[in-house]
Design a protein around this ligand. Structure first.
Ligand SMILES: Nc1ncnc2c1ncn2[C@@H]1O[C@H](COP(=O)(O)OP(=O)(O)OP(=O)(O)O)[C@@H](O)[C@H]1O
Ligand SMILES: [Mg+2]
Length: 494
């Protein structure tokens, strides 16, 4: 993909006189633009609220502090066959004024004749309707691994402070997704703490930075597929898709899976284990956290989160309980906020070229807009049914072991139980020092409390979803258990 300055250069040559650059690092973007102008022999000037108007290499012009004068002043720099760029930092703040919008419009049209260009650097894309068609929008990307490496080299003073060849890739993976300044800070702190740039220190910092941003959460656990009973077909599918070697061609990259199941069947847990299993970081996106209070903020936050995800590729992106956040998409009441957020996410799911494996989970596909499950967005739509007898056995074995339950104890009647309920029963037995049979009396399975919803879900999934437990399509009544599960309430009451 062409770099930011290459793309901007193309727009200038094609005479796009209004350019909006979305960046969280305006000073970096400006420095890159200055380099471009030097290479191309273009003149450039800048304006911001604090410094006012400044022609490159000359003292600040004190008379041109207000944005309107700066917009006009750029014309004085135009020459018959020259090109002039005026870089306006954080100019989005001034576009509420009708006078400024007028002046920008006029300048953009005039710019076509005298080759003067307005380049707005702002962290958001917030164009008033009058200007929408006059600006081309570009993104100033987060630094790639090569740029991160040169930042590390600039920060370290001794060769011994730099990671050695075997650790370098891990350090760059850890730093991917940080802005240049964040990466610089992370490297410096790692040096102060460990006298070396280490990946462990950067992961730790990144976890904190992501949490602070409220956009994403980085999950770093130790569980792998061994801590999940059953789900064999799903495990095999994802491992095969993610570990196949020929991922050079973006078309061949796996895109992800959509998991559907009743609560407590291990969707979230599966996703967390997957990262460890295939050696990728797991990023968790909670769409509820992306909702902002101002108009346009939710979309903006969604885009920002997806940029970080792209920069952190290869990774696993978990979008848990996706139906809850997007439930209102076709309804009213939130003035279209979730619809627009959902649109941004859908577009990304379709178009992203980064090596990101998405695992989206849902308890109720009926609440999702139908376009979500379209096949090209995911490699598979899997249904995790209530575990069958053989899977329950595997799950019991795991948790009996984990909670150190006496192997002599008999397993309670567990028909219709989910993994979560088996775990809860073992935990209770260990916590209260009770036999499993007694602990089981405190477990009310979701198959009882939500019997109708589960039956509906199973019927919907039948013939539509792949089975998570065995190869092929899921069909109700084809599991190891007899046709339809029934839960006898009285079992636990005797
Ligand atoms: N197949 C399984 N093997 C081992 N543990 C399981 C299994 N299924 C569920 N669990 C355990 O049950 C608990 C709940 O699982 P999890 O949160 O993954 O369910 P979920 O499908 O995401 O539920 P929800 O729809 O409510 O979010 C976890 O502690 C998980 O370890
Ligand atoms: Mg869950």
């Amino acid at each position: 993909m062409p770099s930011f300055t290459e793309r901007l250069g193309e727009y200038v040559r094609a005479c796009f006189t209004g350019l909006w650059v979305q960046t969280h690092e305006p000073h970096e973007a400006q420095a890159e633009l200055a380099g471009l102008c030097r290479r191309e022999n273009w003149q450039w000037a800048s304006w911001d609220l604090e410094q006012g108007f400044q022609v490159a290499g000359q003292p600040v012009d004190q008379d041109l502090r207000d944005p309107l004068s700066a917009l006009r002043a750029v014309n004085s720099l135009a020459t018959p066959d020259g090109t002039v760029l005026l870089v306006l930092r954080n100019f989005h703040r001034f576009l509420q004024s009708a006078e400024i919008v007028e002046a920008v419009t006029r300048q953009i049209l005039l710019g076509r004749q005298n080759r003067t260009f307005l380049v707005i650097l702002a962290p958001v894309v917030q164009l008033p309707v009058e200007l929408e068609k006059l600006f081309a929008v570009l993104e100033h990307e987060l630094p790639d691994r090569e740029q991160l490496q040169s930042i590390a080299q600039e920060i370290a003073t001794e060769p011994s402070e730099l990671p050695d060849q075997s650790e370098l890739a891990a350090v760059l993976d850890a730093a991917a997704g940080l802005t240049r300044i964040e990466a610089e800070n992370a490297f410096s702190l790692s040096l102060i703490r460990h006298q070396r740039i280490t990946s462990a220190a950067i992961w730790e910092l990144k976890q904190g930075m992501l949490r602070k941003s409220g956009l994403l959460e980085l999950y770093q656990g130790t569980e792998d597929f061994q801590s999940l009973g059953g789900l064999e077909a799903l495990k095999a599918f994802c491992k095969r898709a993610l570990l196949q070697p020929s991922r050079g061609n973006p078309l061949k990259r796996p895109r992800g899976v959509l998991l559907l199941s009743p609560p407590g069947c291990g969707k979230s847990q599966f996703c967390k284990c997957l990262g460890r299993e295939v050696g990728r970081p797991v990023l968790m996106l909670d769409p509820g956290n992306l909702l902002g209070s101002l108009v346009g903020q939710s979309e903006e936050r969604t885009r920002q989160a997806l940029r970080i995800v792209d920069a952190m590729a290869p990774c696993v992106l978990m979008i848990d309980e996706i139906e809850k956040a997007f439930a209102g998409v076709h309804g009213s009441g939130d003035s279209g906020v979730s619809a627009r957020m959902f649109g941004t996410l859908l577009t990304w799911l379709n178009d992203h070229a980064s090596d990101v494996f998405v695992v989206a989970t849902s308890n109720d596909i009926a609440k999702l807009p139908p376009e979500f499950g379209r096949s090209e967005r995911f490699d598979g739509l899997f249904f995790l049914d209530l575990p069958a007898a053989r899977e329950r056995q595997a799950i019991w074995a795991l948790y009996r072991d984990l909670f150190e339950i006496d192997p002599a104890q008999t397993t309670p009647e567990d028909e219709g139980w989910t993994g979560a309920e088996i775990r809860a029963c073992c935990r209770l037995a260990a916590l209260l020092d009770l036999p499993l049979q007694q602990a089981a009396r405190n477990v009310v399975p979701v198959a009882v409390t939500a019997q109708e919803q589960i039956a509906r879900l199973q019927t919907w999934a039948s013939g539509r979803c792949l089975s998570a437990n065995q190869p092929g399509l899921y069909r109700t009544g084809t599991a190891n258990d007899p046709p339809r599960r029934k839960v006898r309430r009285d079992v636990r009451n005797n």
